[in-house]
Design a protein around this ligand. Structure first.
Ligand SMILES: NC(=O)c1ccc[n+]([C@@H]2O[C@H](COP(=O)([O-])OP(=O)(O)OC[C@H]3O[C@@H](n4cnc5c(N)ncnc54)[C@H](OP(=O)(O)O)[C@@H]3O)[C@@H](O)[C@H]2O)c1
Length: 232
């Protein structure tokens, strides 16, 4: 049994990831922000966390952690000329600085594990340019850079990888998928003709946290129905 911390385990991909890890017999510490969660025997041990706070209290964690997934993110799509510089900063605080603060806070615990792994999340919109995606692309581009730099700095003790999904059916993508027409149009844009399910992404996150991926680090892996690399 391994011990994992899932930041943002109350919704979408993080929630599915926590459930998969528990089903595999692991202990999961999960955090929530707006959606209060109650810990029961078959759930993660839940704690409130706002990653925008200056300092965190991780006293509830054990001395040693085998893995961390950082799931908070945003999809703020707007024309570039209508985005204030402060909005870029706010987005960066959530998606990049939040991850940095959490990793710094739990790194001593990860270094006590014999096989620690960190999983971060990017987006398909870093490798491929899309209209109105400048804010999320700027933040997630930084997450991809952080992934590679940290993977180098923390090897061989801690592996660091990143998943870059395309549009996935979670509350975060709610505005993009709130009608049958939008769902169908978005599905058809993908070579595999569907949008992602949270479990499609969580499955890879579980693999990257496990020893099955013990020779993989510094990678940005695309789970995107083929949209970033195929023209069909
Ligand atoms: N869904 C997509 O289409 C898509 C596409 C590309 C990339 N991604 C990336 O995949 C990752 C997971 O996305 P998702 O779709 O699963 O998102 P989601 O459903 O919105 O879940 C995000 C999780 O992060 C938590 N969270 C949000 N703000 C927080 C804060 N300030 N402090 C602490 N926790 C906070 C949320 O907690 P509460 O719910 O309790 O507030 C929730 O548990 C994100 O990094 C996202 O950018 C998603």
């Amino acid at each position: 049994m391994k011990q994992y911390l899932v930041i943002g385990a109350s919704s979408g991909i993080g929630k599915d990831l926590a459930a998969l890890l528990i089903r595999s017999g692991h202990k999961v510490f999960g955090t929530y922000f707006r959606h209060e969660m109650t810990s029961v025997e078959t759930s993660p041990e839940y704690h409130f966390l706002d990653v925008k706070e200056r300092e965190f209290n991780f006293d509830f964690l054990p001395d040693s952690l085998d893995g961390l997934a950082y799931c908070p993110g945003s999809i703020n799509l707007k024309p570039f000329h209508r985005i204030k510089p402060e909005e870029f900063v706010k987005d960066y605080e959530l998606q990049v600085v939040g991850a940095i603060k959490v990793i710094q806070a739990v790194l001593p615990r990860l270094k006590k594990s014999e096989s620690a792994s960190i999983v971060l999340f990017s987006t398909v919109a870093v490798q491929t340019g899309f209209n109105f995606h400048s804010m999320v692309s700027a933040s997630k581009g930084a997450v991809e850079g952080l992934t590679r730099a940290l993977a180098a700095e923390l090897a061989p003790l801690v592996r660091v990888n990143c998943i870059a999904p395309s549009l996935t059916d979670t509350p975060l993508a709610g505005n993009l998928l709130n009608s049958p027409e939008k769902r169908e149009a978005n599905a058809l844009r993908h070579p595999l003709k569907r949008i992602g399910a949270a479990e499609d992404i969580a499955n890879l996150a579980e693999f990257l946290l496990s020893d099955k991926s013990s020779w993989i680090t510094g990678q940005v892996l695309h789970v995107d129905g083929g949209i970033s690399s195929l023209k069909v």
